[in-house]
Design a protein around this ligand. Sequence first.
Ligand SMILES: Cc1cc2nc3c(=O)[nH]c(=O)nc-3n(C[C@H](O)[C@H](O)[C@H](O)COP(=O)(O)OP(=O)(O)OC[C@H]3O[C@@H](n4cnc5c(N)ncnc54)[C@H](O)[C@@H]3O)c2cc1C
Length: 590
Amino acid sequence: MSVKRRDLLLGGGGVAATLAVGQLASSDSASAQAPRAPAKWQRDADVVVIGSGACGLPAAIAAREAGASVILVEAEKDIGGHAITSGGNVPLGGGTSVQKKYGIDDSPDLLFRDLTDWSVVEPNGFPDYRYNDREIIRAFADNSAATFEWLVAHGVIFVDKAPDAFGGTSVGNSVPREMHSAAMDWPMVQTGKPADPMIQKMLSTGNGLMRPLEAAAKKAGVQILLEHKMTAIFREQPAAGRVVGIAVDNNGRTLNIRARKAVIIATGGFTGNVNFRRMFDPRLTEEYCGLAGMPWSNQDASGELAGMAIGASLWGFYNQTGEFGSNLTKPGTIGTQFGYVNLKWMPGSAVFDRARASGLSVANWQDLILVNMIGRRFYDETGGQFTANDYGSIKDYKQGNYLNAKNTKYSPNNFIDAALAGIGDGHNGGGPIWAIFDADAVTREKWDPKPPNVDIKAGLFFSADTLGDLAKKIKMQYQRVPMPPENLEQTVARYNSFVDSGVDEDFGKPKPLHKIEKAPFHAAWATPVVHDSRAGLRINAKCQVMDMNAKVIPGLYCGGESAGGFSQHGLARAACQGYIAGKNAVVEKA
Ligand SMILES: Cc1cc2nc3c(=O)[nH]c(=O)nc-3n(C[C@H](O)[C@H](O)[C@H](O)COP(=O)(O)OP(=O)(O)OC[C@H]3O[C@@H](n4cnc5c(N)ncnc54)[C@H](O)[C@@H]3O)c2cc1C
């Protein structure tokens, strides 16, 4: 169902019937009422895993190798979730073989203390680790190195170099832990082709993490059911007793799959579900439809909603509400719905029909201005997104020392907050952000502003010979008020005067360099991109899901972005929790 509705996405010219991907999820998701277990099951296995991403595949393999029969259901046409689209930067530490090889002295205790260090704050002042659940972090710290060795044993090849600090956020400040899964010769989901042979062993990508795990799962005998979307989880009684199975939708056909021992939720989070994400930040309304990782897979909260419908508790809200690293990002490519800086969809990709455009990668933010719905600038365009913390980012870091906050180099950099501030008309969301540039910028950036690089059909890219005409052309579903042409003309005239004087009197952009004066003029979608889920279902050290009374829901497990209590960007916590959940699910009594 969601695929068909996605195809309606963002029709041009402000057509009211169009939908954004972010709007889809709540109606697709499990009901808020506890569902009744079916009388008949069409399939069964000891362990049923929901989702084939960074958590789900390790969970399925670990459970299968421990002797359980395993069915893994995946909503999409292919495996991998956000993980396969990812940068493959995997911060597993605590004393891995590679850390040892390079003389890096790490241990589970050091990792635990790092990830619970109250004294660490990001350069914008938000504390990374203060609100982490100690039980969950202890389990991660104790299993982190083992998960790394397990990934290697299951065919993942890491770039042959010392662990570094590249690519992660909130991964602990004492020692470098970041490892990088190498692309090798697996076809890249972004292009449909393997990476250039010259860089296959050096290029860090999620393709190199997930394809080997898919192969390992198949070899182990995990049954992978693609295009099987979980729609409900069942307990013996609607809201009591063991979890006994799930319902799935397979292209309109409903199947009930019995789980003799356990169900593992590995559905990857909720940031694509507008209503769900707004529980944490009311500003994140529908226009933030360019979720990182889409359209390969969505984060529609279906795991959380199905869990909550049978009594599960949510956990760790602050980690989602806080302004961390890549939770919300400045787009790196413009003129496309999916502008996440590290993910560019090319026409050879299997999902290009849904991505529709690759976008124009911005090399230099001096080449354009960013304006809000009413054609006003709101920030220094060279500004960045929320800041991040990692090894080496605090001078003289000492675990648990109050001086860490003092030694942090603060940089409030609230570009994202400025973009989300909107136009002061009482609405929650900031509305579309448009990149405005001229023909000279196109030359400087070497852009080709035509499809398939830009998405004209969906109303994400406009061109005109005058600025006034450009403003009049900007029409699409989230442009809830027309852009006054005189505003855009005045904004550009004022900006051009800053280029003459060399001083941006409004927002302090460092020495504005280029006037916007040569037709044609362009407006490209440049709205912030939603990225991480850092809150989710409450779990314990074994990744068992807990209810509102802090009681384990028997037979239900969760990990990765659908689990709460752990503020860290991605792959490591997901893979480690999958490994933990898979092992524990097997020992459940059938
Ligand atoms: C572009 C990008 C780059 C990233 N780079 C990095 C990085 O370099 N390092 C890092 O640590 N993290 C990175 N991340 C984050 C990381 O990829 C995620 O945190 C991680 O993949 C989360 O794992 P998961 O298993 O929870 O979810 P996912 O990997 O997203 O897997 C969830 C799976 O569940 C499926 N699913 C959802 N609902 C259902 C349902 N109802 N029924 C059946 N299946 C369902 C989805 O289709 C998906 O396949 C990146 C993310 C993106 C998008």
